[in-house]
Design a protein around this ligand. Structure first.
Ligand SMILES: C[S@@+](CC[C@H](N)C(=O)[O-])C[C@H]1O[C@@H](n2cnc3c(N)ncnc32)[C@H](O)[C@@H]1O
Length: 379
């Protein structure tokens, strides 16, 4: 019999909860969605929020200890405290929810004061402290800056909230950028890598459409070796510039291999253990395409995608994780035209592992070209 003794954690899910959930499921055990905002999971090692692209906050369950007892056990000095109640979940919160958490905060503050502890309590304008406020106040990042999270009957202590500043820096401060190849958000690059599941730390991650290197940047930050190829020599140079910049800035010393190569024919010269890429997305579009334009884009991207999978198959094993972001185009009626159906992908000699999720579509309201995330293994 198998017993799971991992600690119980809570994740506050991101803007697209189904994608956040898929990322947690790839990495942790017993992942259970509790509401549109919250999932529980178990882990033996303490999870690191900075490695997850899809969760806004992580928190550890307070087992057999009340919030007051937990706070009284903190090292001496002033405590900064934020309280969040995510219980409202799928329903809209009411003014009563705000009142309850604020009153509870004041009671805790008084109780701590009576014990000689001083507390700065962050005000609740909603039942939850926003991710931005939690981040800017450093909650969860040092022992005396605490966010306590309530969900139904349980309390959790936050391990931190999404580091908006670090993402912005990685995305916008890097030396080589190119709006035309589409800007893969670093968070999405992390999600793609994590959807490979746990990988040995000496794994080399191949991105055969490396562009300006966002996937490889995130892979380096997670501790993996990286191997990037792109058909366009200029892109290979961009990636080189960005990866050298990042490695210097973060004192990273993993192996970086970059080569120019067409993904539909290239023989990769170095071994690799996983393939993660945002494939060619077609021309940039500022409005939903007319039928003829959509047909041309689908044909062009589809031929590269199919040629790539055909070329890749003899160069990998059946266990090699492959996670790809493919283009999906917004139509005028708001629906999306996908590059390939699951059947068409499976006919190319691969199994689609995430088909039961009904497709993971990463879309922003103001963008025409969205990304469909697929997880593959060679048949
Ligand atoms: C959407 S971009 C990828 C962007 C990348 N994720 C990034 O971080 O910048 C697609 C890339 O595929 C490259 N590409 C297009 N056709 C290709 C092919 N047949 N083989 C390899 N790369 C190709 C383009 O040069 C472009 O850099």
């Amino acid at each position: 019999m198998c017993y799971n003794i991992g600690m119980q954690y809570l994740a506050v899910l991101g803007r697209q909860p189904e994608i956040s959930l898929a990322e947690l499921e790839a990495l942790f055990s017993d992942v259970k969605k509790q509401s549109c905002l919250i999932a529980f999971f178990k882990s033996d090692a303490e999870p690191r929020l900075a490695r997850l692209g899809g969760s806004l906050k992580l928190a550890k369950k307070l087992e057999n200890i009340s919030p007051e007892e937990y706070l009284l056990g903190l090292p001496d000095g002033k405590i900064t405290l934020g309280l969040s109640d995510y219980t409202y979940g799928d329903k809209k919160y009411s003014s009563r929810d705000i009142k309850n958490i604020s009153q509870y905060g004041n009671r805790i503050k008084q109780a701590l004061k009576a014990e000689g502890r001083s507390v700065r309590l962050l005000p609740n304008s909603t039942p939850t402290i926003s991710t931005a406020a939690a981040h800017h106040n450093g909650l969860g990042r040092s022992p005396k800056k605490v966010e306590l999270i309530k969900f139904r009957g349980d309390w959790f202590v936050s391990l931190g909230s999404q580091n908006i500043t670090a993402y912005k820096n990685r995305d916008q401060v890097r030396p080589a950028r190119d709006a035309k190849v589409g800007m893969l958000p670093p968070k999405l690059a992390q999600i793609l890598i994590n959807l490979c599941g746990p990988l040995p730390i000496d794994t080399t991650i191949l991105d055969p459409f490396c562009g300006t290197g966002v996937v490889l940047q995130e892979a380096l930050l997670m501790g993996y070796n990286v191997y990037g190829t792109d058909k366009d020599e200029r892109m290979v140079k961009y990636t080189e510039k960005n990866l050298i910049w990042l490695s210097k800035k973060q004192h990273l010393n993993q192996k970086i291999t970059l080569e120019q190569g067409d993904a539909t024919s290239f023989q990769w010269t170095e071994p690799f253990g996983a393939v993660v890429a945002e494939t060619y997305l077609g021309p940039p579009m500022s409005e939903p395409p007319a039928d003829i334009k959509l047909k041309t884009a689908k044909e062009e991207c589809g031929a590269i995608f199919a040629g790539f999978l055909k070329n890749l198959a003899p160069q990998i094993t059946h266990d090699t994780p492959i996670v790809l972001a493919l283009p999906a185009w917004r139509r005028r009626d708001g629906s999306f035209a996908r590059l390939k159906t699951i059947d068409e992908i499976e006919k190319l000699g691969y199994n689609v592992l995430n088909k039961s999720a009904g497709g993971l579509l990463y879309a922003r309201e103001n963008q025409v070209v969205a990304r469909e995330i697929i997880v593959l293994r060679k048949k």
